[in-house]
Each structure stands twice: as C-alpha cells, then as structure tokens.
Design a protein. Structure first.
Length: 322
C-alpha cells in the first residue's frame, strides 16, 4: 500500500514538470502577446487547389511527396539564357522560385475547406462576371485601353490575399508589431498593411481601398485580421467589392508561423473557403521591388502601336501615289 501511495505522490510531483515540457514556449512582446516579428518565407510547391491525381486524398504519402517534389525540380531545367526557347517567356522557369518542397503536413492542396480542396462553385452573379471577363479577353483583353491597365500589371499592388499566396518570386512577409498596430509587409510589390489593434470599428462602406480596411485583435495566441471594404479593382479569384477576408497568424514554434485565411463573398462563391499553410522563419533580406519605377512595358506597347499606325499611313500614302 505504501508503494502505491508513494507512486501516486511521485506522479503528482512530476506531472507539472512533464506537462510544462509539452507547453509551447513562445517569444513574446512586452505587452504579453506572441512575438510574430521577423521575415517569413511562404514558398511552396503545394498547389492552391487539389490536383485531379489525388482525387479525394487529403494527404500525400512519403512516396507521393518525393515524386511531386521531383517534378517541381524538373520545372527548373537550367536552360541557359542564350537558349532560344527561353524567349517564349519573360520569366523562364529557371528564373523563378516557386518552392521545391510541399507543406510539412503533406496536404495535397493549400485549400483546407471545402474538404475536397477546391474553390467552391460560382454563384449566378459570379458566373456572369466570369463570362464578361472571358468575352473581354477574346476581344480587347483585360483592359479597354492604356488608361485602365490593371494595378498588378502597373506594379502598384497584387492585392490581398493574392499577395499572400505562394508565387513565382518574392515569397516573403515581414511582420512588425507595436502596442497599437501590426504591419504586414509583403515583398511582392511591397504592399504594406498597417493594421490598427486598438478596437476601433471599420470605416464606412463609402471609403474603399485596394487592400481593404483591416482591423486586428488577438484570440488567445492567434493574431486575427478582419478586412472589408475592398474595391473591384483588386478582385481575388473573381471576387467583388463585397469580399470579406479573415486572416489568422499563429506562431507554432521558433521557426514556424501558421497562416490561415477565409474568404467570403456571397456574390461570387456559393460558400466561404479557407486556405492554410506554414511560413518558415528566414533571415531575408527582403529585396527592393523596383518594378513600377522600371516598368517600361506600357510605354513600349504605346510606342509600338504608334509605329504600326505610322507604317500603315505610309503604306496607304504609297498606294495613293501610284
């Protein structure tokens, strides 16, 4: 009996220490919240939507991961700059940096809800907008003239959450925290969102912004950023100005920041959908995104069009002179 009592006492004494060893020890700011500051790399070979090859499979096996990552490596085939095949694109594959590994969880898609890993179907209104975009693409493309070329093409913004998804380059997020604000600074086009954390309400719907109107708060150790009042100039996967974005940032350990967002726009999709993936701590640096300053594409397009017009006029003049 004494041995049983002694064992019970030993368990009671050791249990707090054992449990304490399992508790996450997170770096914290002076106000007690998790310290999310630093540069976070979100490159990933995992696709946004689940590929057909995985059907209803939520997670890959180790063998499937190896095969998938091998294909990602093969995309970067190392063609030299003087290979004429590289002229087919201004961004040849060997220049790009999508990421060569899938997410640590081995998920088959970044979309975690709906369970099928797919973007939900479009609503009737969403289908109409998509049809209008397709019709425009068959005639004059995404813009009527040089005056309304898109914001992304002009290197002004990629929008959110689009700018937070793994892309071909600039896959870094830098986080700053102060007692009253959090700053989310993406390397892609250098979008900087200054998020108030003081409980103030959202602004009115008459003031709309390219990156929306964000407000932040803490739910336990998770930073939650709620954003509304978007414009249709920065649509996300066909969304409208009524897009509602909720982002969650949770530091899992010293080197991992989980990012999760849910988008809801009942004018576009039949239901909300959620994306989640880990970001890895990195030393950076975050490079300058000198794109708009050196963006000579639009000037060259206009110059080329004027040259074609002059040649056409000259040809017409020659015909008349004969």
């Amino acid at each position: 009996m004494k041995s049983i009592v002694g064992l019970a006492i030993a368990i009671c004494v050791l249990a707090p220490g054992a449990l304490g060893g399992q508790t996450r020890t997170l770096p914290r700011t002076p106000d007690g919240h998790p310290d999310l500051q630093g540069i976070w790399d979100y490159r990933s070979a995992t696709p946004l939507e689940r590929p057909k090859q995985f059907a209803d499979k939520e997670f890959m096996t180790a063998e499937e991961v190896a095969a998938y990552e091998q294909r990602a490596l093969e995309r970067e085939d190392g063609r030299p700059p003087d290979d004429p095949r590289t002229e087919q694109s201004v961004h040849p594959a060997w220049w790009l940096d999508y990421g060569k590994t899938v997410v640590k969880t081995r998920r088959t898609s970044l979309i975690v809800d709906p369970p099928d890993g797919k973007i939900p179907p479009l609503t009737t209104e969403g289908q109409a907008r998509a049809a209008a975009r397709r019709a425009a693409a068959r005639t004059h493309g995404p813009a009527d003239s040089y005056e309304n070329r898109g914001l992304f093409e002009r290197c002004l913004t990629r929008g959110v959450p689009d700018g937070m998804l793994p892309g071909p380059y600039n896959n870094n997020l830098q986080v700053y925290q102060t007692p009253g604000y959090v700053v989310l600074f993406t390397e892609m086009i250098h979008d900087a969102r200054i998020v108030p954390m003081d409980g103030r309400p959202h602004g009115g719907p008459t003031v709309r912004r390219w990156l929306g109107d964000s407000r932040g708060h803490w739910e336990g150790d998770t930073l939650v950023v709620d954003t509304i009042n978007f414009t249709d100039k920065t649509n996300f996967r066909g969304s409208g100005a009524t897009l509602h974005l909720v982002e969650r940032f949770t530091r899992l350990d010293a080197d991992t920041l989980e990012y999760r967002f849910t988008v809801d726009d009942r004018t576009t999709w039949t239901r909300p959908w959620t994306v989640a993936y880990p970001m890895a701590k990195t030393q950076g640096p975050v490079y300058e995104y000198a794109c708009h300053e050196g963006n000579y594409g639009l000037m060259d397009i206009l110059s080329g069009a004027r040259a074609e017009e002059r040649k056409a006029a000259e040809d017409e003049a020659k015909k008349r002179s004969k």
